[in-house]
Design a binder for this molecule. Sequence first.
Ligand code: UDP
Length: 405
Amino acid sequence: MRIAMISEHASPLAVLGGEDAGGQNTHVAELSAALAAAGHDVRVHTRLDAVDLPVTVRAPDGYDVVHVPAGPAEPVAKDDLLPYMPAFGEWLADRWRTGDWQPEVVHAHFWMSGLAGLAAGRRTGVPVVQTYHALGTVKRRHQGAQDTSPPGRVGHERRLGRSVDRVVAQCQDEVAELVRMGVPRSRMTVVPSGVNLSTFAPLGPVAERDGARPRILTVGRLVERKGFQDVIRATALVPDAECVVVGGPPAGLLETDPYARRLRALAESCGIADRVKLIGAVPREEMGRWYRSADVLVAAPWYEPFGLTPLEAMACGVPVIGTAVGGLRDTVVPGRTGDLVPARDPAALGAAIRGLLGDRIRRFAYATAALERARTRYSWSTTADRLADLYAEVATVRRPTRVVA
Ligand code: UDP
């Protein structure tokens, strides 16, 4: 099939770990690669954010990345992109109407891509599939006044859910959230993200360790809601263990990053400055080294739409201790592949980590079950197959085009 992905702020070619570059970039890159490997013709549309970018770039994994001119050709924060979405949608519609390539289906990632996708889809008759990756209702609940999303986000997300041809939710928690928002359950299909089982596997190079200290690894963009401060407080409750934090700005810029400085100050006030290491952003192809070096992956977000890092660790045969939120409730099986504790509870987190690090047999059993679960349920080829079936199903419904003067 000819498949148009839209990922307005998250390019599959971006360097990860920065504030707006994480799971969505990985998801779009891996999904597009898996669909291309299955023989589909995939083009990913993302905003042109530098003057010197060519319109189309062939990604090494066999799909095209199309840079859409919408707004200034420079980096713009994700939350400031809404005003450029009409131009994004118009550019797509014009190209699909007049160019030699028209998609059979559009898959939009994030709500702003959905707005552009729906506008283009309506003008060209192409059906639209929507994956939110994150929801405004959840963000507002957890971040309150600090939520910088554009006003009206929740209304846009609700309308999208009711207008697109299919909503793909990534976990059961998201389904419940969407239903509470007023999106009918009948419009949704649950298809989880996958994990790259070649990049993430138990065998391969391993990052250096600091002597005999057990290693707690935690990974993600350095933003407060990822709960790194809870992981540091929990580490203080685990004798001898070191806590390695991967993600954030590149190592050279960590010194000046305000959140990294707060984490360092916290480690000092907990008396464990020598046991907390901030690594900064690590290229995707090197992530496996870090997971393999860990005794446990701790993911302690306050909320998490899906959460790729627990799955990546599981695929490397590393048990996960996480908070019982979002996608972690589907991926981690408590008592079998890891443990789940309430969010924002460093004492419970510390107790769970201490218990697991002190019990080699349980750690081994969790590691084996985690690997098995990642391999049998979460390969990208399985995710791509399920989505390709869904695309084929929605593509049989040709929609009337709405001609806009
Ligand atoms: N990641 C990376 N380098 C880093 C930090 C993170 O490649 O320094 C990747 C990580 O392996 C994962 C993604 O970024 O694939 C983060 O996805 P997740 O769903 O855990 O979090 P999000 O960023 O979407 O909130």
